[in-house]
Design a binder for this molecule. Structure first.
Ligand SMILES: C[S@@+](CC[C@H](N)C(=O)[O-])C[C@H]1O[C@@H](n2cnc3c(N)ncnc32)[C@H](O)[C@@H]1O
Length: 324
């Protein structure tokens, strides 16, 4: 395996994987073609389902070969309203080789309290809702890989809309309840209503002691769960990354005309969640415009990508040269 910070190989990923030493990769973050008739430069995204799934079966076998025993795969798969099972079918293929340790839903757009967040492709339809999510399947060899879920955790600070659920007040209430239970009362109110003067004194001393020993820490992180809100980045911002000054709103300039890229935050979130150490090997078999490698580089990993299209590769190289 190459020891430089990143390497890009213009080769079919299966051929490349089968030519590598086994058990050399720590983490795979990738998005294969979905077979949804997307127009790639030199890949036909419209092949019979059986053939498509057999091909991804070979990909999964290659991945199993090069992945270390404690390695991890983050497999991003989308779907369409007319082909809603494709992601699940692919997951079933990977299931033959791996254990599904986590299943994330990539939320591209969401409405929260009358405010829309994120970008998506709206459809005109009298029967379908616009598809605003995709899957990220987290596969491992045995389902027992330690991850660092708090690295992407969120703060414990008081929630502006639901202070009763996430706040210091809530933390104190839980502590009060625990002490009341230990004293055989059902809750804090029960203590106030039915405990003796001596018991109440004991209760409040205990509360003070408990909160001193284990205070509420607003910065303490919590697991965010498996719904990941990751918005697309506007092309104008992407173009700055590759140094395009003019015409920056066109996909051609900002993404080498690539029809299906994921935002950098997606591989970044996977790398952080995986808990892999700096200098670990991150591989993307379907490199496209190099998004996984940009993130790997920024996170001090060794990135490897395989891709069959020269135009995408040249673009990825340019992008990586501009990555600090
Ligand atoms: C969904 S795109 C990946 C996009 C990437 N995640 C990004 O952000 O740019 C899939 C890519 O796989 C490439 N591809 C298709 N067949 C391949 C193969 N056998 N080996 C390597 N790459 C392949 C396509 O050219 C396409 O760029």
């Amino acid at each position: 395996m190459d020891k430089q910070k990143y390497s890009i190989v213009k080769k079919d990923c299966i051929k490349w994987m089968n030519s590598q030493k086994p058990k050399t990769v720590d983490c795979v973050i990738t998005s294969p073609p979905y077979n949804l008739r997307i127009k790639y430069a030199n890949y036909n995204d419209d092949i019979p389902r059986k053939k498509y799934l057999e091909w991804l079966g070979d990909v999964s076998k290659g991945l199993k070969r090069i992945l270390k025993d404690q390695g991890q795969i983050f497999l991003n798969m989308g779907y369409s309203n007319t082909d809603p099972f494709v992601a699940m079918d692919v997951a079933q293929v990977f299931r033959k080789e791996f254990v599904l340790q986590n299943h994330f839903t990539w939320v591209k757009h969401i409405k929260v309290n009358d405010t829309s967040h994120g970008i998506y492709k709206p459809i005109t339809s009298s029967r379908y809702a616009s598809a605003t999510t995709e899957s990220i399947f987290h596969f491992t060899k045995k389902g027992n890989v330690q991850v660092d879920r708090l690295s992407i955790g969120h703060r414990n600070k008081t929630h502006p809309l639901y202070p009763e659920l996430y706040s210091e007040g809530r933390y104190i209430a839980i502590t009060r309840r625990k002490i009341a239970k230990r004293m055989k009362y059902s809750n804090y109110k029960d203590v106030l209503a039915n405990a003796s003067k001596k018991e109440k004194e004991f209760f409040f001393e205990e509360l003070k002691k408990n909160l001193k020993e284990k205070p509420y820490i607003p910065e303490k992180k919590k697991c965010i769960g498996n719904a990941w809100y990751i918005p697309y980045v506007p092309t104008s911002r992407l173009s700055k990354q590759v140094g395009v000054e003019k015409g920056h709103n066109y996909r051609k300039n900002a993404r080498a005309d690539h029809p299906a890229t994921f935002p950098e935050q997606l591989p970044t979130q996977c790398i952080k969640f995986s808990g892999i150490k700096k200098g670990s090997v991150v591989y993307d078999p379907f490199l496209g415009t190099g998004t996984t490698l940009v993130s790997a580089l920024k996170n001090k990993m060794i990135g490897i990508g395989t891709e069959i299209n020269s135009n995408y590769i040249n673009f990825a190289k340019k992008r990586l040269q501009n990555t600090k």
